[in-house]
Design a protein around this ligand. Structure first.
Ligand code: SF4
Length: 229
C-alpha cells in the first residue's frame, strides 16, 4: 500500500514543484511557411553538424566559417572555391571585389542575391588565398554535398575549376567542359570561370555571359541590364 500524504505534506509538495509556464499560442504556420522551415531547418542542421569545425588544417588561420548565403529554396546555386579575406572577416560568401562582380552578374540575369544560394567548396579561407588542397576539399566537401541535397536546385553554376572538379569528380581542365550542360544528381550543372579570374582577365567576361545566358534560357529568365560591365 502506498503511504497516503497528509494535507500539510501536499502543501509542502505543491510549493516545491516548479511553476509550469503556459504554452505559447502561436498561429498555425501556412503551408508556404512550413515548407520554407523544413528546408531552412535542414540547412541549419548541416550548419549545426559543421559546428566550430576543426576537421582540416584550414581552421587554424580562419576568423569565420563561411557556410553559405541565400534562399534555401533557390533554383540556382553558385558554388565557388573558398572564402577570401573579406569573406573571412564578414562570414558571408562573395562579398569582396569578385563578389561584387558576381552580384552584377546575378542582377544582369534578372535576379537578386536573395533569389539564389551562394556557397563554396571549403568553408574556411586558405592562407594567402591559395587553392584548397585535396585533403581539405575531401574533408569539407561532404558539407557542400549536403547543402546541395537540401536545396536540390534546378541549376548549379560552378565558379572555377575547384568547384567543377569537386562536383563532377574529374581531373579534366575546366576549359574542356566550360559552357556545356552536365549533370550533378538531379541538377543541371554549368561550369564557368570564377569572377576572380575575370578580374584578372576581363576579356573572358563575354564567355561567362554566354554561359549564364544558357542558364537563363533553361530557367526562363530574362536579362534586365544586359551584359555585366
Ligand atoms: Fe572544417 Fe571545412 Fe573549415 Fe576544414 S574548411 S576546418 S573541413 S569547415
Amino acid at each position: 500500500m502506498p503511504k497516503t500524504l497528509r494535507k500539510p505534506d501536499l502543501q509542502k509538495l505543491a510549493l516545491a514543484l516548479p511553476k509550469i509556464a503556459p504554452l505559447p499560442t502561436a498561429p498555425a504556420p501556412s503551408l508556404f511557411d512550413s515548407a520554407d522551415k523544413v528546408a531552412d531547418d535542414t540547412l541549419l542542421k548541416v550548419r549545426e553538424d559543421l559546428g566550430e569545425c576543426t576537421r582540416c588544417k584550414l581552421h587554424k588561420h580562419r576568423h569565420t566559417i563561411v557556410f553559405g548565403d541565400g534562399s534555401p529554396k533557390a533554383e540556382l546555386v553558385f558554388v565557388g572555391e573558398g572564402p577570401g579575406a573579406d569573406e573571412d572577416a564578414q562570414g558571408l560568401p562573395f562579398v569582396g571585389r569578385a563578389g561584387k562582380l558576381l552580384t552584377q552578374m546575378i542582377e544582369a540575369m534578372g535576379l537578386q542575391r536573395k533569389d539564389v544560394y551562394i556557397c563554396n567548396v571549403v568553408k574556411c579561407r586558405p592562407p594567402e588565398n591559395r587553392t584548397p588542397e585535396d585533403d581539405e576539399v575531401g574533408t569539407c566537401s561532404p558539407f557542400l554535398f549536403r547543402q546541395l541535397d537540401v536545396i536540390a536546385p534546378k541549376v548549379i553554376v560552378c565558379l572555377g575549376a575547384v568547384a567543377a572538379k569537386t562536383l563532377l569528380k574529374t581531373n579534366r581542365g575546366i576549359s574542356q567542359f566550360r559552357g556545356q550542360w552536365l549533370d550533378y544528381r538531379s541538377s543541371k550543372l554549368m561550369a564557368t570561370y570564377h569572377p576572380a579570374y575575370l578580374l584578372r582577365n576581363p576579356n573572358a567576361k563575354g564567355e561567362v555571359w554566354k554561359d549564364l545566358q544558357k542558364v537563363m534560357a533553361l530557367l526562363g529568365l530574362h536579362a534586365k541590364k544586359g551584359k555585366p560591365a
